[in-house]
Design a protein around this ligand. Structure first.
Ligand code: AMP
Ligand code: ZN
Length: 115
């Protein structure tokens, strides 16, 4: 379901342009407008799930499809030596767009270790 005030819902609908890299029935993926690495792609479910806290038995198929898409996108982008997948959740997690999304960050050896 779409939230008319949501930036990523508008991107999924094509109302706001994006550099799309992948799309299927459940998932939309596009390049981050402010890349933090040579490859920086956002993978978003086509369902408006606000954040990781709102994942449940009703909508988790969207999340599973996001991770299937991540594996496909990483191969297509040539990230054979690895990459990082990041999800920011809520205010303290640094989430700025309240539509669940996974950052694929790669294309270089990442130095900063958060975990
Ligand atoms: P987060 O801080 O985890 O919520 O990530 C939101 C991300 O969305 C940031 O990395 C932004 O650079 C990115 N972003 C914001 N607006 C756009 C846009 N119109 N197209 C692509 N990426 C965007
Ligand atoms: Zn949304």
């Amino acid at each position: 379901m779409r939230d008319n005030d949501c930036l990523f819902c508008k991107i999924i609908a094509g109302d706001i342009p994006s550099a799309k890299v992948y799309e299927d029935e459940y998932v939309f993926a596009f390049r981050d407008i402010n890349p933090q690495a040579p490859v920086h792609i956002l993978v978003v479910p086509k369902e408006h799930i606000r954040c990781a806290d709102d994942i449940n038995g009703e909508n988790s198929a969207y999340v599973a499809h996001c991770f299937e898409a991540i594996a496909k996108i990483a191969k297509a982008e040539g990230l054979k030596d690895g990459y990082r997948v990041v999800n920011n959740c809520g205010e303290y997690g640094g989430q700025t767009v309240m539509h669940l999304h996974f950052h694929i960050i790669g294309g270089t050896k990442l130095s900063e270790k958060i975990i």
